[in-house]
Write a protein that binds this ligand. Sequence first.
Ligand code: ATP
Length: 268
Amino acid sequence: VIASHLVTPEDIDVSWADIAGLDGVIQELRETVVLPVRHRELFRRSQLWRAPKGVLLHGPPGCGKTLIAKAIAKDAGMRFINLDVAVLTDKWYGESQKLATAVFTLAQKIQPCIIFIDEIESFLRMRGSGDHEATAMMKTQFMLQWDGLMSSANVCVLVLGATNRPQDLDKAILRRMPAQFHIGVPHDSQRQAILRLILQSEQLNPSVNLKELARLTPGFSGSDLRELCRHASMYRMRLFMRENLNMGEGASEGEFQWDFASKDQSLQ
Ligand code: ATP
């Protein structure tokens, strides 16, 4: 079951070039995580420069945490186990301690490897507080296995967690993830860079002004911006169909309208 969540670096479909506006954090991640893995022999002699065994990416939804996790794995040449918590705990219900052991055993066998846990707070939240006994045991086992990694310098396995709610992670977990990176809502120039990337292979009307579009979209995540562009292109496509192929309904003449105050809307 776990192997079906495994991807090799060659098959990872995201690289740094697919991420815009995050050059600073990417630079830090490359230095902290990627270089010590790619140059293990060099870094092995140093006590200070070791590949971390726990890294946390935190920030609001849709701002690039999953993209970054995959790009790290690709750049560092690491295999990538995407631990879908809901599926795995469900499938292994009652045997969840074995799940934790199996994940780490597999990761060590195929190292260098990233164990990626999205929404890590829901997996490892508040140990002991009202947990089902089996879940609590699985968490304890997970922590034990993780500690095993920390003590073995030659093992190149990284637990990479992502969360929108870092406040729900207990101190024991945060301690195991000393490297923490905030991936925030993009500001003006970051939005402009993201829009440029999303639209790079589209045929744009020369009147489209990305700087202005970025100015009009405060609070939009990368995912919101992609959605906005998708809606705009669908609008254009519907108009084209109607004008040229006598097909389709819904797009009226005139400008594409978007009420920028509200992201949650359909095309007008
Ligand atoms: P969640 O917390 O919901 O899992 P996330 O932070 O992991 O969100 P991603 O899944 O990495 O967000 O991003 C969602 C989509 O938004 C990406 O597939 C991409 O299309 C777009 N996107 C987000 N941020 C960026 C960015 N900085 N550059 C380019 N595309 C972006």
